[in-house]
Structures are given as structure tokens and as C-alpha cells.
Design a protein around this ligand. Structure first.
Ligand SMILES: [Zn+2]
Length: 311
């Protein structure tokens, strides 16, 4: 198959009450791990590339690798720019073959966010590329939550409805209590997702695909390996998988996973290098790491997202 947009994936995920995993990749090796994992459970998948990864991996290589992957695996594969902020990068992604882009203008005020998002939608839609945008603040652990009404800093349903109507976007990332990074919640802190807000947005925007960012679960066994072999990530917990599953059954059609991939891949590399000090060929470290990513991706898809056997 060639690369596809997320349109059909999301329509089916919405109807079928599951979600599609969007996995952040930092290099082509990780990309292959993600695809191996998704293909092993016959799941459609989104390859997510941040602006940093786009620069590091080099744009043309990213697209060439993703296209080759789509042709080599018998599952739908979308190539997505994650958190696009630079208009030049976003437009270039549209031009060179990404099938989906995210414009993140959530740091601006509402009207400016709409203006910038509309510019991206016009450019992308003209070339058959779909657009995700973000509304509301997706917190980090240190952010103080100032609650001025029941919606607090989360995405207000009124805003979501107006934003979607006025911008013409294809999917919307909402803030309901997830957080970016490895330290989402301190041990002892109880993660809560605001399902009441999610349901209200879903009611007001029936059929419209929603997206959760900052939704890694930080698998403790993988965090342990990372730290056991010299890593220094503080104890942290992510979003409990049962909450992600519940969100998947509702209007959430795409769940982003970044932290889990990194903890898994680089933890395994640390372990392999420690266990095999006599080795110096890259494959002896990278192959188990790539396989660890594939295993984690397959597990996440079958146990949480429910997109297995939906290719
Ligand atoms: Zn994000």
C-alpha cells in the first residue's frame, strides 16, 4: 500500500470504538520497530515525526522510509507531523509527502490559533493532506492548575465546537488531563482524565475524531531496565491504561505515544551495551532494541487501543 491519510482510519475507529496509535519516531530503526509491532497485530498505524525528528532524520529520508514501509507492510500507514509550529516545516511536509500534519498554535489566543490553523488547513487540504490542531493547555507535571470554572484549563466544549467549525480541521487534540513528557505524575499523585469534558465535546461534535496527547503509560518494567543500566529517569507514572481504553471507546480516535517508545528503545540499548561489553557491531544492540519497541507497540495496540485486526 502507499501512505494513506487518517480519514478512513479515524472514521472506522470512531464507529468501532477503538483508537489508532500514533507513535513518535526519532530514527528509521525505531520507525521499523513501530511498523513491525503494528503489522504483527494487523493494525493501522500512524508514524509521528516531531519537528526535531524531522530535522534530525532529514525530511526526504523520512518520507522515503515511510513510503518504503507502507509498501512493505500490509497495513494502512499514515505519516504525520507532530506539533508543527514552524509554517515553513509544515508546508514542506505537505509538499514532500506527509499525509497528515498537526498545527500547534495552542500557545496563542483563540482568534490567533484559528487564523494560523485556517492557513494550514487551506494549504494542506488543497493537496489532500489532513490537519490536526490543538485547543487548550496540555499540561506538564509542574504546571499549576488554576481552576476558574468547572473546565479549568481544559478544553472548553463551546470553544471546541466553534474552533472546529471555523477552521475546517480534520481532528482536534483536546486537553482533559494528560501531560507531555516522562514525568506526567509524581508517585502518589492520582492521574485523572476529565471524561465529563470529553463526553460533552463528543455530544456537541458527533462523529468528529478527537486526539489525546501526552498519553504514554510509562511501563514500569521498562523504566526499571532504563534505570538499572545507568539511566537516571526519576520514578514516574503515566496515564493508566484503563483510562486510555475508556477514551478509545469514546470519541478519541488517535492516541500519541512518545515517552514509552524512548524509555523502551534506549533502555534496551543501555542493557544490551552493558551485557555485551565485548561487542561493537551496532546490530547486536539495536536489533533487540528495535524488537523491544515492536513488542511494546503490539502490546499497547492489543491491550489498550483495540486497533488490532483492523487493518
Ligand atoms: Zn503532543
Amino acid at each position: 500500500m502507499s501512505l494513506v491519510t487518517t480519514k478512513e482510519m479515524f472514521a472506522k475507529a470512531y464507529e468501532g470504538h477503538y483508537s489508532i496509535g500514533a507513535f513518535n519516531v526519532d530514527d528509521i530503526d525505531i520507525m521499523q520497530g513501530v511498523l513491525d509491532g503494528a503489522a504483527s497485530v494487523n493494525a493501522p498505524v500512524i508514524i509521528a515525526v516531531s519537528e526535531g525528528a524531522y530535522k534530525f532524520m532529514r525530511p526526504d529520508f523520512v518520507v522515503a522510509a515511510a513510503r518504503a514501509a507502507a509498501e512493505n507492510y500490509d497495513i494502512p500507514v499514515a505519516l504525520h507531523l507532530d506539533h508543527g509550529k514552524d509554517m515553513g516545516i509544515i508546508k514542506n511536509c505537505v509538499d514532500i509527502g506527509f499525509t497528515s500534519v498537526m498545527i500547534d498554535a495552542s500557545a496563542y489566543d483563540f482568534e490567533e490559533n484559528i487564523r494560523i490553523t485556517k492557513e494550514v488547513v487551506e494549504y494542506a487540504h488543497a493537496k489532500g493532506v489532513v490537519v490536526e490542531s490543538e485547543l487548550g493547555a496540555i499540561a506538564g507535571i509542574e504546571d499549576d492548575i488554576v481552576v476558574d470554572d468547572k473546565y479549568g484549563q481544559f478544553t472548553h466544549p463551546d470553544d471546541a465546537v466553534e474552533f472546529v467549525k471555523r477552521t475546517g480541521i480534520d481532528s482536534l487534540a483536546i486537553a482533559i488531563g494528560t501531560a507531555h513528557g516522562a514525568y506526567k505524575f509524581k508517585p502518589g499523585q492520582k492521574p485523572q482524565l476529565r471524561f465529563d469534558i470529553l463526553e460533552e465535546i463528543q455530544e456537541r461534535l458527533p462523529g468528529f475524531p478527537l486526539v489525546l496527547h501526552g498519553a504514554s503509560s510509562v511501563p514500569q518494567d521498562r523504566l526499571e531496565i532504563f534505570n538499572q543500566y545507568g539511566g537516571q529517569l526519576p520514578a514516574a507514572i503515566g496515564i493508566p491504561t484503563d483510562m486510555l481504553r475508556e477514551a478509545s471507546e469514546k470519541a478519541v480516535c488517535k492516541i500519541n505515544v512518545g515517552t514509552d517508545i524512548r524509555v523502551c528503545y534506549f533502555g534496551e540499548i543501555r542493557r544490551q551495551m552493558a551485557l555485551k561489553p565485548e561487542k561493537f557491531d551496532g546490530r547486536s544492540f539495536l536489533e533487540p532494541a528495535r524488537n523491544a519497541v515492536a513488542e511494546m507497540v503490539a502490546k499497547r495496540i492489543t491491550e489498550v487501543f483495540g486497533s488490532n485486526d483492523k487493518a
